[in-house]
Write a protein of this length. Structure first.
Length: 272
């Protein structure tokens, strides 16, 4: 689809429940991360919209376009208008969770329900290592040889799962594929890393207490990037929020235990 002058790769299916679920991915990933969750959700009758954020996956990577989480929240509103979705349930992971928090507090009239999965929040991101890279060495990292870059990204992706076997073979290749060109490498640093910044989630934090939409927080117990304490803080700050902790799952909980994530989403949708 073309929204606000940019091309976004997307999947849209109609459902019978009257509600559309909008899936928002994080970094370093794209909508591929939902591949084991979306089909059973669709089979249960829910409409689905999943798209690659601007600058991610198969979506366009315009060189001079803002791809921060706040800009992605602005674009989400345009996406919903283009797709004629008046209200939706947001299912969001990692920085997609930041986009969801921003959008849900800006436009509560557009959000029916909210699911945050291993989401960035408050001052939880970026790591001290990425902060130093962004501050002092971003140009050097962006210029690294392709093989060195892919090795670095492979190490990063290996940290997203509890079971290392789940981030190998075709799965690993699918996450590396969007970055396997000089443009892809440059885009990773320009559209993703450059915008690793907790200022937007810290700004939205005081507004979380105003959220009225039923909210579910789902967290991998073995998440090495977003500590469980942040999940508990979100559950305390968002009125009525439910928290589910998934044993044996890491930051990419949809890779470690897609069946449990699917169950959590479907149960929440049926109960709330």
């Amino acid at each position: 689809m073309i929204v606000d002058g940019v091309r976004l790769a997307y999947r849209r299916t109609a459902g019978s429940t009257g509600e559309t679920l909008v899936f928002l991915h994080g970094t370093p990933s794209h909508s591929h991360i939902w591949r084991n969750v979306i089909p059973p959700v669709e089979a249960a009758g829910h409409g689905v919209l999943a798209y690659d954020l601007l600058g991610y996956g198969a979506s366009e990577r315009p060189p001079n376009r803002d791809t921060s989480v706040e800009a992605q929240a602005d674009l989400l509103e345009e996406v919903l208008a283009q797709q004629e979705i008046r209200r939706c349930a947001l299912i969001a992971h990692d920085i997609g969770g930041a986009v969801a928090q921003i959008f849900a507090t800006r436009r509560p009239d557009r959000v029916e329900r909210l699911v945050l999965i291993d989401s960035v929040s408050y001052d939880s991101w970026p790591s001290s290592t990425w902060r130093e890279i962004i501050r002092d060495h971003l140009a050097d990292h962006a210029a690294m040889p392709q093989a060195e870059f892919e090795a670095m990204l492979t190490r990063q992706l290996a940290m997203t799962v509890v079971d290392p076997a789940r981030m190998t073979g075709e799965t690993l290749e699918a996450y590396l594929a969007p970055h396997r060109t000089p443009m892809g490498r440059a885009s990773f640093f320009e559209h993703q890393v450059r915008h690793y910044d907790s200022a937007p989630t810290q700004r939205v934090a005081p507004l979380l207490k105003t959220l009225a939409a039923p909210t579910k927080i789902v967290w991998g117990a073995g998440d090495r990037w977003q500590p469980l304490a942040y999940a508990q803080r979100l559950a305390e700050d968002i009125p009525g929020a439910e928290l589910s902790i998934i044993p044996g799952a890491g930051h990419f909980a949809m890779e470690d235990d897609p069946a449990r994530i699917t169950e959590e989403v479907l149960t929440f949708l049926s109960d709330s």
